[in-house]
Design a protein around this ligand. Structure first.
Ligand code: ADP
Ligand code: MG
Length: 313
């Protein structure tokens, strides 16, 4: 068994279990369970970088902005992403430290606030289409637009703010993350896809109100630090075609060409499996070797080649 550098992207269910409200106690209970699988990878000698989403948690902050608007100034979306990197990072970090302690493994764990550069000329920047935050009624639209928000109807449900979801082009803290893993630390990074930033002509950075897909940011980070493998942990053990249909077919392995073919057929929905398959293909096209898509329960077996769907060139 070879020792690898692995970027492990944790899906929403690693943080908030299905059917729970998502109270802090419930989230902590869930991250504790999730970290057992990660301890397995570390015990096998792999160098691990953990990444995670933040959709529901960022949604909570946006609701707080509305509820507290008469008393305190609102936080901007890029600051909210940073807030969730801190809060989720804390929960994962402590849960993993405790799980390692119980397993008798001596390893330091650290969370890195991570900025991810996006291109202001990215076509997505001019076409905001990612729903964020609470629903508003038609008579609230003017007030929302006055804040500079782009509003869009979520058919049948109300009006919501939409923000751009540009492609990640660079991870600002990549060298720090690399140094930390080379030094034997377990690193938690690019939470929520990273804080989106643009680089100004004078070379300085500025936050942007956008969201970056966590699987795409994780794939880019994996390339930038020269990871051997990207592991995307989600709610299913394997990738399927004809998902949830009578002729459903599960894959042990797929090539990039097969992924592209099924993607073109519409087998992987935009809001769920689609970005994972795209991130997997991007990682391999940029020189990465393999991507495993599986669930938390099968993480260790998957990395040993015994479970999940393995995507290769
Ligand atoms: P995350 O784990 O990042 O929160 P999502 O829940 O958004 O990710 O997306 C993963 C989910 O996509 C799976 O749990 C599964 O229910 C669904 N899914 C959609 N299409 C497929 C497919 N073709 N094969 C496997 N799962 C699929
Ligand atoms: Mg999910």
């Amino acid at each position: 068994m070879s020792r690898k550098t692995i970027v492990v992207a944790l899906g929403g269910n690693a943080l908030i279990a299905e059917g729970t409200e998502g109270t802090i106690a419930e989230q902590f209970e869930n991250t504790r369970k999730s970290m057992d699988a990660i301890v397995g990878l570390i015990q096998e000698g792999h160098k691990v970088v953990l990444t995670h989403g933040n959709g529901p948690q960022a949604g909570v902050h946006l609701i707080r902005n509305e509820a507290g608007s008469a008393q305190v100034p609102p936080a901007t979306l890029n600051v909210i992403v940073a807030d969730t990197q801190g809060s989720i990072g804390y929960m994962l970090q402590q849960s993993l430290q405790n799980a390692l302690h119980k397993a008798g493994v001596k390893k330091d764990v650290v969370t890195v606030i991570t900025q991810v550069e996006v291109d202001p000329k990215d076509p997505q920047m001019l076409n905001p289409n990612k729903y964020v935050g609470p629903f508003f009624k038609a008579d609230q639209l003017e007030a929302c637009k006055a804040k500079g928000w782009v509003m869009k109807e979520d058919p049948g449900r109300g009006y919501r703010r939409v923000v751009p979801s540009p492609s990640p082009v660079d991870v600002i803290e990549k060298n720090t993350i690399k140094d930390l893993i080379d030094d034997g630390k377990v690193v938690i990074a690019v939470g929520g896809g990273g804080v989106p930033v643009e680089r100004l002509p004078d070379g300085t950075l500025v936050g942007v109100d956008a969201v970056i897909d966590k699987d795409r940011a994780s794939a880019l980070l994996a390339n930038l630090i020269g990871a051997d493998e990207l592991v995307i942990l989600t709610g299913v053990e394997k990738v399927a075609i004809n998902y949830k249909k009578p002729d459903e077919k599960w894959f042990d392995a797929m090539t990039v060409a097969e992924c592209e073919k099924y993607q073109a057929e519409g087998q992987f929905p935009k809001g769920s499996m689609g970005p994972k398959i795209e991130a997997a293909c991007d990682f391999i096209r940029r020189g990465g070797a393999k991507v495993l898509i599986t669930d938390l329960e099968h993480a260790t077996a998957g990395v040993d080649g015994k479970a999940g769907t393995l995507i290769t060139k």
